[in-house]
Design a protein around this ligand. Sequence first.
Ligand code: ADP
Ligand code: MG
Length: 251
Amino acid sequence: MMIRNQLVLSVRNLTKSYRSAGEHIAVLRGVDLSVAAGERVALTGESGSGKSTLLHLIAGLDRPDGGEILVADTPISGLSDAGLAALRRDRLGLVFQQFNLIPSLNVRDNLAFQSRIAGRHDAKWFVELVERLGLGGLLDRYPEQLSGGQQQRVAIGRALQARPSLLLADEPTGNLDSRTSIEVMGIFQRLNTEQQLTIVLVTHEADIAEYATRIIGFRDGRVRLDHAVAKRRFAADELAKFEAELEERSA
Ligand code: ADP
Ligand code: MG
């Protein structure tokens, strides 16, 4: 049997700088990391440390100055813009802080929009995802009729329609209250453990990072720490604590 490379993502000596108001800002100064299939990784660092820049480069939304990114075993520097679009469509799921739903489409059509364009709509998987994300009662609603947490659930469902091998999420709880943030982290945890979905989640919030199994920390454009999460948080436990505290306060 052939031994397969189980890495879903490898980043090697990645560099990126921006020119802004005549100044040259080195944002990524040689980033190395790899993520294996089935991992749940939190990428942390202060605001401005280059987390979103790195995620954009991995998603092929921008090009690095140097280094290489491999998604599974595809070096993405060799891909044309069309090739990058195909990579995003077929192998990556993207979730952002701003939910980016299409306002003129209802939940059903928002969910299926990209997979239909890609010709990869899978009716059975659609139904399963709707159930897993608790969206059954919301399919005919429009984004403006949804809470932030509901919108983010739709955005996650949309990102997963084409069964990506890697889900990239940039501050997915950044616009949500604490309770809803825990619920969204619970969805990521279940997708990871039940579907073996590989997740790389960017957050600047230390408590959100603890829902991951591994934390990669950034500073000054480089990876400064990379370790397993010792005291892991589980969404179900945190929600129960949250409820208990509410009850105590109202008693
Ligand atoms: P983070 O997501 O960790 O907060 P970013 O990757 O968004 O950090 O930004 C890192 C740095 O790069 C910041 O100083 C930001 O101002 C700068 N930056 C990001 N995108 C651009 C751009 N398109 N043009 C110029 N500077 C940028
Ligand atoms: Mg950012």
